[in-house]
Every structure is written in structure tokens, then in C-alpha cells.
Write a protein that binds this ligand. Structure first.
Ligand code: PEP
Length: 301
């Protein structure tokens, strides 16, 4: 079994018909990034930043900066995509303190960050500084329409200005992206691209939940929770069409991606970048190695 794993690990990340893909990991911090890298991940597609929080206290800028730098170090020079705080989904002790602010249809993610600009600025400054130390990119969760993006990016601009004034080194060209977890955001994806969004990440856990109005944690709604449904396919296709027209990279993440049947379907919808939990990496790699990216290619003529 171990030898089999080693062999799988050494094979190139290419589909059966030779199409390269990128395997990334969903992580919480340096420890599981380390595990993921050992299992062959080529970086972190989703870092749930809320995990570093201690109960009842938001870390200051310096503490956050050290945390992000330690994540970059664990990733050995590979890219790390940090999701700004998403209390309610980050699954942290801090979640419990957020009360109605972490409600599923309430002020989660960027909605919460925009209402707490001080806390958001602290996080953005720490991220911009860490991005000078390695390939770190930043994405906003629970973005609904382009107004959220504009509001978030104007705070980013404010942070850049204040770091310049403080004379603190940071990365002027840090990439910013949108996590697509709300159907409204998928339906208006062109707007984010037009407003300078550098990359997109489809979060299947939340996108399935909000598309199907099926609570991802409610066993009784399980029947309605379908991450590869025709509705999901349509939304993902819209995203892929817009993204490929404008050369914007897209990653897909979430539990559903760890299920080989879904992975193949996402591959066929045009996805080439997959982010899964460290324990699912090799399973997903095997599934992609066994699948053709273009299954009908040989039958056309
Ligand atoms: C998602 O929404 O698909 C996702 C991976 O994020 P999380 O499970 O942390 O909400």
C-alpha cells in the first residue's frame, strides 16, 4: 500500500489523455500544510484564516503576519491562497463568539469584514506584508455582487497607502480574488472580472448549499444537497466561460471535489485546478489520472 502511494505520488499531474492539472489543498495552518505538501499538493487553494484565532481575541497585525509567513514557509515556495475571515465557516472557537454574525444567510464573510473595517484592515495589512515574503494571494468569501468587491478593494487601497506611509515593506502586486459561494456572484461573474478580480475560486460546499437552499449540515436536507446537479453545472459553466474569455484562473474546492465522480465532472466542465483536504489528495489524483479531459476527442471525425 505504501509503495503504491509512493508510486502515485511520483506520477506527473496529468489526466489520462495528457492534460496537466493542478492539485492544491484546503488547510488551516502550517501543520496541515506540511502534511499536504508531503502528499503531493502544489500549494494551498484555501487557507481558512479564522483557524489561527484564539477564543475571544483577534490577533494583531504582527501576530497575523507571522502566522501567514509560517504558512508560506510550510508551503515551500508554492502558492498559498488565504481566505479572509469567514466566521461561521472557518470552524473555529472564535465562531462561537460571533453569534448572529455567523448566520448562514446573514453577515458572514466579507459582509462581516466590511462592517468591522478596523479588524479587516488589520488582516489586509498583515496579508499584504506577508505577500512580500512569498506567493500569497487573497480571496474574499461570501461576496454577493460587485459592490462587495469594490468596497473590499477600496479598503485594500487604503491599507496599501497606510503601509507606504508607515514605510513597511509589502507586495504592491498582491493578487486578489473572489470565492464564489453565492449563485448571485456566479451569475454576475463578468462584473468581478471587469473590476479587476485576479482569480476565482468556486466553493462547492457553500455554492451547493445556497443554490439548492439545502443546509450543508442538515442531514434531513441531504437529498437536496447535490454538488454536481444540472443547476450547479450551469453556474459552473457560466463561470468557466467568463473566466476563459478573460484568461482568469479558476480553482474549485470543497468536499464534493474529493469525490472522484464529481472530480471527473468538474474536469469535463473545464476545471484544471482542484483544491481538496490533505487526506483526499491522492484519491483525487488517482481519479484524474484515470480520466480523459476530452473524452469525445477521438470520436469526432
Ligand atoms: C466551500 O464553501 O466550498 C469551502 C470549501 O469552504 P468551507 O467549507 O470552509 O466553507
Amino acid at each position: 500500500e505504501d509503495a503504491e502511494m509512493k508510486q502515485l505520488h511520483s506520477l506527473p499531474d496529468e489526466t489520462r489523455d495528457g492534460e496537466p492539472f493542478e492539485l492544491l489543498a484546503n488547510c488551516f495552518g502550517p501543520e496541515d500544510i506540511d502534511t499536504a505538501m508531503q502528499s503531493g499538493a502544489k500549494g494551498v487553494g484555501l487557507l481558512r484564516s479564522g483557524y489561527m484565532m484564539l477564543p475571544g481575541r483577534i490577533l494583531d497585525e504582527q501576530e497575523q503576519y507571522f502566522f501567514y509567513c509560517s504558512c508560506l514557509a510550510a508551503a515551500n515556495g508554492c502558492p498559498v491562497t488565504v481566505r479572509t475571515f469567514d466566521f461561521g465557516s472557518d470552524r473555529t472557537v472564535a465562531d462561537a463568539n460571533q453569534g448572529p454574525q455567523s448566520s448562514k444567510l446573514g453577515l458572514r464573510g466579507i459582509r462581516n469584514s466590511l462592517r468591522q473595517p478596523q479588524q479587516f484592515q488589520t488582516q489586509i495589512c498583515a496579508l499584504l506584508r506577508a505577500a512580500a515574503r512569498g506567493p500569497l494571494r487573497v480571496m474574499f468569501p461570501m461576496v454577493t455582487e460587485v459592490e462587495d468587491w469594490d468596497a473590499a478593494m477600496s479598503i485594500v487601497e487604503h491599507c496599501r497607502q497606510s503601509l507606504r506611509e508607515r514605510g513597511v515593506p509589502f507586495n504592491e502586486n498582491t493578487q486578489f480574488g473572489v470565492m464564489l459561494s453565492i449563485p448571485a456572484a456566479c451569475l454576475t461573474v463578468e462584473d468581478f472580472i471587469a473590476h479587476g478580480c485576479d482569480f476565482l475560486v468556486i466553493g462547492t460546499n457553500d455554492l451547493t448549499q445556497y443554490t439548492h437552499a439545502a443546509d450543508r449540515e442538515l442531514a434531513s436536507a441531504e437529498h437536496y444537497y447535490r454538488p454536481a446537479s444540472p443547476a450547479m453545472k450551469k453556474l459552473i459553466t457560466m463561470v468557466m466561460d467568463a473566466a476563459s474569455a478573460h484568461h482568469v484562473p479558476v480553482t474549485i474546492c470543497g468536499l464534493a471535489v474529493g469525490n472522484p465522480a464529481n472530480t471527473a465532472q468538474y474536469l469535463h466542465l473545464g476545471l484544471r485546478s482542484f483544491s481538496v483536504s490533505p487526506q483526499n489528495l491522492l484519491k483525487v489524483k488517482q481519479a484524474l489520472l484515470d480520466t480523459d479531459a476530452h473524452p469525445d476527442a477521438g470520436e469526432k471525425d
